[in-house]
Design a protein around this ligand. Structure first.
Ligand code: PNS
Length: 160
């Protein structure tokens, strides 16, 4: 049983995240999308909202589950018996942070591998922060996020 963890803030989930999950679900028996409870950057959406939007957007996958975690990611991964941490890479600018994080995690848990998915070119510019900014300024985000997020953002003025 090959289990992978896809961790993140998901504030909110974008089509870029969903694309990574769709591809990972084909390679692993089970993919656990793990939402960090208290991200370092203050989240716009509550944990319940972030988990809810993910669940709705991923309901079509039988082998994907959504969960939340706090503490060290590698401890959570060990608890879930995951062999792999999945991360998406968009541009060169992601690399430094991802490199540091992967090596730090490997130092703490040498048996857990980090696997990077190169973004689809369609989503290479896409980030949760820009989605929130565009929504706040009245722009069209319909092609950037799943339906559950579109609806949530429609009913709510983000970013105050
Ligand atoms: O979507 P994000 O904000 O880039 O996700 C970052 C996340 C949640 C994967 C990262 O902050 C994390 O793993 N935090 C848990 C604490 C931890 O394990 N830190 C040590 C590795 S850097």
């Amino acid at each position: 049983m090959k289990i992978a963890i896809y961790p993140g803030s998901f504030d909110p989930v974008t089509n870029g995240h969903v694309d990574v999950i769709d591809r990972a679900a084909k390679l692993f028996n089970k993919v656990i999308v793990a939402v960090i409870r208290n991200p370092e950057k203050r989240a716009q959406f509550s944990l319940t909202e972030r988990v809810g939007m993910l669940k709705e957007s991923l309901a079509h996958h039988k082998n994907v589950m959504v969960d939340s975690f706090d503490g060290l990611l590698v401890d959570y991964a060990r608890k879930k018996k995951a062999t792999t941490i999945i991360r998406g890479l968009r541009a060169v600018s992601d690399f430094d942070y991802e490199f540091q994080m992967a090596l730090t995690n490997r130092k703490m848990a040498p048996k857990i591998e980090t696997l990077f998915f190169m973004t689809d070119y369609k989503y290479s510019y896409l980030s949760s922060s820009f989605v929130k900014q565009i929504a706040k300024l009245g722009g069209d985000i319909s092609s950037l996020v799943p339906k559950a997020v579109r609806e949530k953002l429609k009913n709510r003025k983000v970013g105050g």
